[in-house]
Design a protein around this ligand. Structure first.
Ligand code: SAH
Ligand code: SF4
Ligand code: F3S
Length: 435
C-alpha cells in the first residue's frame, strides 16, 4: 500500500491553470498524494506558473528561493514547476534553481506519476513535450467526491492567433478542441457531484470546434443537462464571435449574460501592430450585435497600455472606445516585453508614460464598473450561493452578471440558486434580499 503524502499546489495565472491544478492533484492522487493548503510540512510542492507578463515569471523564482529552508528541514521534499513558465524556460529553471526536482509543461502533466517517481528516486525529471497523445485520455478519472456549486471545464487549449505581444501560442501550443462527447460526459459527471454552474475554458474558447455547431453547439447541448443551471465561457476572441454564438446569448436561458471579450486597444494602428486582425470599429459593431441579442449582457475586457509605438493619440482612442462600450468589468496591464515575441524587439514606450496611461485608464474603468454595478440596484437577478460571508447569517454568491452578492439569510446553503432583489452597491459587491 502506498503511503499518504502531502501535496501543496500554488496556482498563478488564468483559470486554465486553476483547472490544470485540479487535474494535476488528481493525477498524483494515485501516488498517495492528498492536497494540503500550506507549503510547510508538504512532501511535494508544485508551482503552477504563468508566463504572461515579466513579473509573473520573476515571482516564480523568488517563491522558489523561499523553499530552501523547507528543503533543508526535509530532504525528502520534492519541488516541481508546472505551467507556462515551465514550458517556456524549463531547462533554465533547472539550471538557475537547483532546488527544483521536476518540471512539467501544460500539455504533458498526464505524465506526472512517472515524473514524480523519477524525482522521488533522486533524479531530475523534465517533460515539456507537446505529445501526440491527448493528455485527457491519459488522466485518471475524476474523483466522485461532492464538489462546490461552480466548476471550470477546459474544452479548448492553445492559440493560433499570435498577437505580437503574447507568449500563449508558444507556451500552450496550437489550438486543439476536446471532442463534444468527452465534454458532455465530464459535465454530466460534475453535475452528479453537485455542480450547478460550469464555465467552459479555452485560451480561445470560441474557436472551439469539437462540436459540429462550434461553441454555440456544445453550449446548447450542455443546456439539456438537468441540474446544470448556468453556463459561462472564457476567454473569447472578437474574431471568433460567430453568428451562432451571438444568437445563443439571446436564446439559451442557461447561458449567463456576461461576456469577456478582450480588445486590447482602441487604436487601429496599435491593433494592426499587435496583429489583432480586427479594428476598433469592427469590435464596436460586434458589441452592438451582441447587445441586440442580449440587451442586459455585462461586458468585460482586457487592455494593454504602452504597446511599442503607442502615441498619446492612440491611447486616447482606447479611452474613447472604453467610453463607447461601458464595461462592467475590466483588466488592464502595462505592456510587458516577452522574450521570443515579435513586439519585444521593437522600441518601447518609457515606463513613466506607461504608468501614467495605466492610471488614467484604470480610473475610467473603475468609474464605469461602479456605474454598471450601481445600476443593478432595484433589479431582480439570480444568484448561485457559494459560501458563508464574514458576518454571521450571511451568504455570498455570484449573480447572473458575475457580481459578488451578499444576502442576510439563515436558511440558505451553498448550491442554492435563488432570485434576489439588489438593495445596495459597495466597492466590489452588491447587497440583496431574497424575493
Ligand atoms: N486569450 C485571451 C487572453 C490571453 S492573456 C485573448 O486573446 O484575449 C490575458 C491578457 O493578458 C490579454 O488579454 C492581454 O491583455 C494581457 N497580456 C498578454 N500578453 C501581455 C504582455 N506581453 N504585456 C501585457 N499584457 C499582456
Ligand atoms: Fe495571446 Fe492573442 Fe492568443 Fe489571446 S489571442 S492568447 S492575446 S496570442
Ligand atoms: Fe498565464 Fe499561461 Fe494562462 S501564460 S495567463 S497561465 S495560458
Amino acid at each position: 500500500m502506498s503511503q499518504t503524502r502531502k501535496l501543496f499546489i500554488k496556482t498563478y495565472g488564468c483559470q486554465m491553470n486553476v483547472y490544470d491544478s485540479e487535474r494535476m492533484a488528481e493525477a498524483l492522487g494515485g501516488q498517495g498524494y492528498v492536497q494540503t493548503d500550506s507549503a510547510e510540512g508538504a512532501d511535494m510542492i508544485l508551482l503552477n506558473t504563468c508566463h504572461i507578463r515579466e513579473k509573473a515569471a520573476e515571482k516564480v523564482y523568488s517563491e522558489l528561493g523561499r523553499f530552501r529552508e523547507l528543503k533543508d528541514a526535509n530532504p525528502e521534499l520534492r519541488i516541481g514547476v508546472a505551467g507556462c513558465v515551465a514550458q517556456a524556460e524549463g531547462e533554465e529553471i533547472m539550471r538557475r534553481q537547483p532546488l527544483v526536482d521536476l518540471v512539467v509543461g501544460p500539455q504533458s502533466y498526464h505524465r506526472l506519476p512517472q515524473l514524480e517517481a523519477r524525482a522521488r528516486a533522486g533524479q531530475k525529471a523534465l517533460d515539456t513535450d507537446f505529445p501526440e497523445e491527448d493528455k485527457f485520455d491519459h488522466l485518471t478519472a475524476r474523483p466522485k467526491a461532492r464538489r462546490a456549486p461552480a466548476a471550470f471545464l477546459t474544452v479548448q487549449e492553445g492559440c493560433d492567433k499570435f498577437c505580437a505581444f503574447c507568449v500563449v501560442p508558444y507556451t500552450r501550443g496550437a489550438e486543439v478542441s476536446r471532442p463534444a462527447a468527452r465534454v458532455m460526459s465530464e459535465a454530466r459527471d460534475l453535475v452528479e457531484r453537485g455542480v450547478r454552474e460550469i464555465t467552459l475554458l479555452g485560451q480561445n474558447v470560441n474557436a472551439y470546434h469539437g462540436h459540429e455547431g462550434g461553441l454555440a453547439g456544445i453550449i446548447r447541448e450542455l443546456a439539456t443537462i438537468d441540474g446544470l443551471e448556468r453556463i459561462r465561457f472564457t476567454t473569447s476572441h472578437p474574431n471568433d464571435m460567430d453568428d451562432a454564438l451571438i444568437a445563443a446569448h439571446g436564446e439559451v436561458d442557461k447561458l449567463m449574460p456576461y461576456l469577456h471579450l478582450p480588445v486590447q486597444s482602441g487604436s487601429d494602428g496599435v491593433l494592426k501592430a499587435m496583429n489583432r486582425k480586427h479594428s476598433a470599429e469592427s469590435y464596436l459593431r460586434l458589441i452592438e450585435r451582441i447587445r441586440a441579442a442580449r440587451p442586459d449582457i455585462l461586458l468585460s475586457g482586457d487592455f494593454i497600455v504602452g504597446f511599442p509605438g503607442e502615441t498619446e493619440a492612440d491611447f486616447q482612442a482606447t479611452m474613447d472606445l472604453v467610453e463607447a462600450v461601458e464595461y462592467g468589468q475590466c483588466y488592464s496591464f502595462k505592456y510587458s516585453p516577452r522574450p521570443g515575441t515579435p513586439a519585444a524587439e521593437r522600441a518601447h514606450v518609457d515606463e513613466a508614460t506607461k504608468d501614467d496611461r495605466l492610471q488614467r485608464l484604470q480610473a475610467l474603468l473603475k468609474r464605469q464598473q461602479r456605474a454598471v454595478q450601481d445600476r443593478m440596484v432595484g433589479r431582480e437577478v439570480g444568484v448561485l450561493f457559494e459560501r458563508p460571508g464574514r458576518a454571521a447569517g450571511q451568504m455570498v454568491g455570484k449573480s447572473d452578471h458575475l457580481h459578488s452578492v451578499f444576502v442576510e439569510s439563515s436558511d440558505l446553503v451553498a448550491g442554492d440558486l435563488r432570485r434576489v432583489r439588489i438593495t445596495g452597491s459597495a466597492a466590489n459587491s452588491l447587497a440583496a434580499e431574497l424575493v
